[in-house]
Design a protein around this ligand. Structure first.
Ligand SMILES: NC(=O)c1ccc[n+]([C@@H]2O[C@H](COP(=O)([O-])OP(=O)(O)OC[C@H]3O[C@@H](n4cnc5c(N)ncnc54)[C@H](OP(=O)(O)O)[C@@H]3O)[C@@H](O)[C@H]2O)c1
Length: 324
C-alpha cells in the first residue's frame, strides 16, 4: 500500500510517500480502505514534537526519543471495510465507515486496521468521504467537551480560536444547544464564524477578550494563550473553562483553581470513543454540525498539506484524499 511516512522529526519535508506491506486484520479487527483522512494539529505535534509547555519532557517517551515510534500519521479516516478478522460482528466488508485512530495514528495510508470496538461508526449514506472525515477530529473533541460540560439554552459561550478544526465545531455545537456564541478569531474569518452561528465576533488583533469586562458561562480555549489565570475574570461565577489545549502547569493547577475559585477548570483529553463519534455524526445528520474544509490534497501532495497546517492559520480541516 502507499502511505505517507515520516522517519525523522522535523518540518513538512520529512514526510514521504512510500510503499509498505498492506496490513492484515487480526481477530476482532477490521481492515479499512482509507478514502480520506485529515492532516491535523495532532500530526503537526507528533512530527515536530512541539508540545505544550512542560509536556515536551514527557512527550518523547510516547512519541519517540530518537525517531518517531509511529511512522504513519493521521488520526482519522473515512473509508470502506475491505476485510474483517475472526469474530467481528459490528461491521462487514463493503460498509462505509468514519472514525478515529487517535494516538495510534495510521490514517495517512491506503489501508489501516483497527479493532471493531474502537472509535468508528458507519458513514451516513450520501455523504462524501471528504466531508465525513472533515468532521471527526474537531467534532469528537467538542463531543468530549459537551459531555463534561453540557451547554444550556441561553448560556453565553466564548470560543477562543473559533476558526480552527475544534473551534468551528465548538461554535456550531454551542449554538445548536441554544448558546449565544462569541467567536474570537481574526477579521478574515469573521464571516466564516458568523455563518457557523456566532452572534458576536472579537478580532483578537484589535480587542483582548479578557480585558473588556464581559463574562461567559463557558469558555472553549483552543489556542493556548488563555489559561485560567488570564480568563478567570471573564468567567461568570460557576462558569467553566474547557482547556482543549493545556500545558503542564494548567494540568496540575486545574483542580486547585477550581476549588479556590468556584469556577470549573476542565482539561480535555483526546481519547477517541465510538459513542462520541456517533454523537457528532448524529449532530451532523440533524444539520447542527457541518464540515468546514480549508483545502483538499491528494496523497502525493501530503507535504503541501503539512505545510499549510504548520502555518497555524488553517480554517477547519485540511483533508488528505487517498481514493475517490
Ligand atoms: N485536548 C484535546 O483533546 C485536543 C483535541 C484537538 C486539538 N487539540 C489542541 O487544540 C488546539 C486547536 O486545535 P485545532 O485543530 O482547532 O487547530 P487549528 O485548526 O490549527 O487552528 C487554527 C486556527 O487557529 C486560529 N488562531 C491562531 N491564533 C489565534 C489567536 N491568537 N486567537 C484566536 N484564534 C487564533 C487561526 O485563526 P486566524 O488565522 O484567524 O488567526 C486558525 O484558523 C491545538 O493546540 C491542538 O493541539 C486538543
Amino acid at each position: 500500500m502507499r502511505a505517507a511516512v515520516y522517519r525523522a522529526f522535523g518540518g513538512p519535508d520529512v514526510v514521504r510517500v512510500e510503499d509498505l506491506p498492506k496490513p492484515v486484520p487480526q481477530a476482532g479487527e477490521v481492515l479499512v480502505r482509507v478514502h480520506a483522512s485529515t492532516v491535523s494539529v495532532g500530526d503537526y505535534r507528533m512530527r515536530t514534537r512541539d508540545l505544550p509547555k512542560g509536556l515536551e519532557f514527557f512527550g518523547p517517551l510516547t512519541i519517540g526519543i530518537f525517531a518517531p515510534r509511529k511512522k504513519i500519521l493521521g488520526m482519522d479516516f473515512a473509508g470502506v471495510i475491505e476485510a474483517v478478522g475472526d469474530g467481528v460482528t459490528r461491521f462487514k466488508p463493503g460498509d462505509a465507515v468514519v472514525g478515529l485512530t487517535g494516538m495510534k495514528f495510521g490514517g495517512h495510508a491506503e489501508y489501516v486496521t483497527l479493532k471493531e470496538s474502537e472509535a468508528m461508526v458507519k458513514k451516513p449514506e450520501g455523504w462524501s468521504f471528504t466531508d465525513a472525515v472533515a468532521l471527526v477530529f474537531g467534532g469528537h473533541t467538542v463531543a468530549e467537551c459537551i459531555r463534561q460540560c453540557p451547554i444550556k439554552p441561553g448560556d453565553e459561550v466564548l470560543v477562543n480560536g473559533a476558526s480552527g478544526a475544534v473551534g468551528t465545531s465548538a461554535v456550531q455545537v454551542a449554538r445548536h444547544f441554544g448558546a449565544v456564541v462569541t467567536a474570537v478569531t481574526s477579521a478574515g474569518n469573521a464571516e466564516l464564524v458568523r455563518s457557523l452561528g456566532a452572534t458576536h465576533v472579537i478580532d483578537y488583533k484589535v480587542e483582548d477578550f479578557t480585558r473588556n469586562g464581559k463574562q461567559y458561562d463557558v469558555i472553549f480555549e483552543c489556542v493556548g494563550n488563555a489559561p485560567f489565570e488570564r480568563v478567570e475574570k471573564s468567567l461568570k461565577p460557576g462558569g467553566a473553562l474547557l482547556l482543549v489545549i493545556i500545558d503542564l502547569k494548567g494540568m496540575l493547577g486545574a483542580g486547585g483553581n477550581s476549588r479556590r475559585s468556584g469556577k470549573r477548570v476542565i482539561p480535555i483529553n483526546f481519547k477517541p470513543k465510538p459513542e462520541d463519534v456517533a454523537f457528532e455524526i448524529e449532530l451532523a445528520k440533524a444539520g447542527a454540525l457541518r464540515p468546514v474544509i480549508d483545502q483538499i490534497h491528494q496523497l502525493d501532495q501530503v507535504v503541501e498539506a503539512h505545510r499549510h497546517v504548520d502555518t497555524g492559520r488553517k480554517r477547519g480541516s485540511v483533508v488528505l484524499q487517498l481514493a475517490d
